[in-house]
Design a protein around this ligand. Structure first.
Ligand SMILES: [Zn+2]
Length: 108
């Protein structure tokens, strides 16, 4: 797996690339930028997260399943990973708004 701490050479001009961070879809993605020709590369795992954050603008549907007598919410792995939900306490709130709309909020 590639690491951000690795030194990278530009595939365009073979110059030494510098590490950088760019805000993409509200997410700070790590990568490298070539000071000579301006070529940029995004760290693979951050590119995947940026893709998920972009999808979140439209919303990502989750599935509800049944487990015994309970209902469970299935969160796609890519969302779970992008939000860094591992080992975090997750709370779900159900709410009926004044206009009657029903909202479910997930906090972690
Ligand atoms: Zn270059």
């Amino acid at each position: 797996m590639e690491r951000w701490t690795e030194k990278r050479n530009c595939y365009n001009c073979d110059g030494t690339m510098h590490r950088c961070k760019n805000k993409i879809f509200g997410f700070e993605a790590r990568g490298w930028k070539c000071p000579k020709c301006g070529e940029g590369i995004m760290l693979g795992e951050d590119a995947q997260k940026a893709f998920v954050f972009n999808q979140l603008k439209e919303g990502i549907p989750v599935k509800i399943g049944k487990l015994g007598n309970s209902y469970i919410i299935r969160i796609p792995k890519r969302v779970y990973d992008a939000f860094g939900m591992k080992n975090k306490e997750v709370s779900i709130f159900f709410q009926i708004k004044k206009d009657g709309s029903k909202v479910m909020t997930l906090e972690f």
